[in-house]
Design a protein around this ligand. Structure first.
Ligand code: FRU
Length: 503
């Protein structure tokens, strides 16, 4: 298992204080749990922190063969608190190595969500031409100011690393973007663009109920360019964690997608991510879209953004989301750690009825997890493994796949009345929060379902319809593994892979 020694010692000390004799047994138990990543409900092929609280993915950047994943982290407790950036790296988006906390709070505030880029031309001057810096751009949340009733407590700061992300130094002139007197002013996502032949940096920032775009020549001086907040968008909650990125369409045109997470106001309650497909001219983002589109109809994919600096030779738009929902994230029935990320996904645009939509499907690297394969025949299947990838081909217009265990718990994925649904009302532990025991629904409109890919981990289900044209992600907490699968309305032969765990 991949917890480096300093991380591990730091976690134990922060969880228990300094160990004394009366705590020795507890320390041993905890040490064993962290070391094995094998507690009840512990995700086996998803990233989760070794211990304590995690929320949004942050600062995702590919550099020197490593995918960096930073995340909102509170190292002292299993509920949200003073935010740090936790850190892990992966060479293949499948296995993760935990590293020490990358960025910790300072006198300017807690470290909220943000992004990281490779400043390859050293435009910031924070590295050298020979060794260009990684630059993290994040929100400072000044809790003391906030509690004193001020509204200007969120600003943007930067930190840099010249040792491929292993250590981070804060920029001395922070903050680089002051607060203009707006309460919600956060989550900078920065990307490089070429404007009139010159490289510039564009920042998308969530500003209450709009996205503001800023531009900079050097990641240090920022000027406001434009705002985006169409009347018909979803405004059920505050706008958070934007991300703006381009695609080439099949006819060679450039189209841009803007992700905007909102909380609450998601299609199934609480947190969710809407997206807009449109154009970006280097200054403003515009769209002809007229209705809200959701990246994932499930309850548990929030604040997700894309990796920066993915090599052009790869060309993929790689995404990961926080697999939880602010409705109940802090009370889910896990103790040592709280929260996991979704599986990494590749985003792409597809056309349906003259409109462009965003698809997300699991990265192909996940195929490395496949262990044994089986062809599922008939309607009643005994499951011998807990971690599964299943592909189902519907035959009837309504169908259902029901996972069950000996404790009488059941999780149902199905289609009824023109909607795809995940019924987790009896899926296992649900009583930690009323909203959790729900039937999660996605309107199919005229989408005809060809196949459904299901990824089942110990505490989550991810459902990808037609290569990710429609996605639903949901947490579940069965008290024992599901051992039976009942299929209704599917072709007679379907496929299953048992998956290997990564820890
Ligand atoms: C989204 C969010 C961000 C913020 C962070 C704080 O989940 O609320 O807007 O930066 O979490 O942890």
């Amino acid at each position: 298992m991949n917890v480096s020694k300093p991380v591990y010692v730091f976690i134990l000390i922060s969880l228990l204080g300094f160990s004394c004799t009366s705590q020795e047994k507890e320390t041993d138990d905890l040490a064993h749990q962290i070391e094995t990543y094998n507690e009840a409900h512990r995700p086996q092929f998803h990233f989760s922190p070794p211990a304590n609280w995690m929320n949004d993915p942050n600062g995702m950047v590919f550099h020197k063969g490593e995918y960096h994943l930073f995340y909102q982290y509170y190292p002292d407790s299993n509920v949200w608190g003073p935010m740090h950036w936790g850190h892990a790296v992966s060479k293949n988006l499948v296995e993760w190595e935990n590293l020490p906390v990358a960025i910790a709070p300072d006198s300017l505030g807690w470290i909220f969500s943000g992004s990281a880029v490779l400043d390859s031309e050293n435009s910031s001057g924070l590295g050298t031409q020979e060794n260009p810096p990684l630059v993290a751009i994040y929100t400072y949340h000044d809790n003391i100011k906030g509690e004193a009733g001020r509204i200007d407590f969120q600003t943007q700061g930067i930190a840099f690393s010249v040792d491929h992300g292993r250590s981070w130094e804060k920029y001395k002139g922070n903050p680089v973007l002051a607060n203009p007197g707006i309460r919600d002013f956060r989550d900078p996502k920065v990307r490089k663009v070429v404007v009139e032949g010159k490289e510039k940096w564009i920042m998308s920032l969530a500003v209450k109920d709009k996205i503001s775009f800023y531009i900079s020549p050097n990641l240090i001086e920022w000027s406001h360019m434009s705002d985006f907040n169409p009347e018909w968008a979803a405004y059920g909650g505050v706008w958070e964690c934007p991300d703006l990125f381009p695609f080439k369409t099949q006819d060679g045109k450039e189209k841009w997608v803007l992700l905007v997470s909102i909380n609450p106001g998601g299609p199934n309650g609480g947190s969710a991510t809407q997206y807009f497909v449109g154009d970006f001219d280097g200054q403003s983002f515009t769209t002809n879209q007229k209705e809200v589109k959701w990246l994932d109809y499930g309850t548990d994919n929030y604040a997700g953004v894309t990796w920066s600096n993915v090599p052009a030779s790869d060309g993929r738009t790689l995404f990961i989301g926080w697999m939880s929902n602010w409705n109940y994230a802090q009370v889910v029935p896990t103790k040592v750690w709280r929260s996991a990320m979704t599986v990494p996904r590749t985003l792409s645009l597809y056309e349906n009825k003259n409109e462009l939509w965003l698809a997300s499907k699991p990265v192909e690297e996940l195929e490395q997890l496949r262990d044994q394969s089986a062809t599922l025949e008939g309607e009643n299947i005994a499951l011998e493994h807990e971690l599964l990838e299943i592909t189902l081909k519907p035959k009837a217009s309504d169908f259902s796949a029901t996972f069950q265990n000996g404790a009488g718990e059941m999780l149902v994925i199905g289609k009824k009345e023109g909607e795809l649904f995940i019924d987790r009302t009896k899926s296992g532990l649900t009583d930690f929060k009323e909203e959790f025991a729900s039937i999660i629904k996605a309107p199919l409109k005229d989408l005809e379902i060809n196949d459904i890919d299901i990824y089942l981990d110990r505490a989550s289900i991810e459902v990808f319809v037609n290569d990710g044209a429609l996605v639903m992600t949901a947490l579940v907490f069965p008290t024992a593994a599901y051992t039976d699968l009942q299929l209704k309305g599917f072709e007679t032969k379907n496929t299953l892979y048992s998956l290997k765990g990564i820890w």
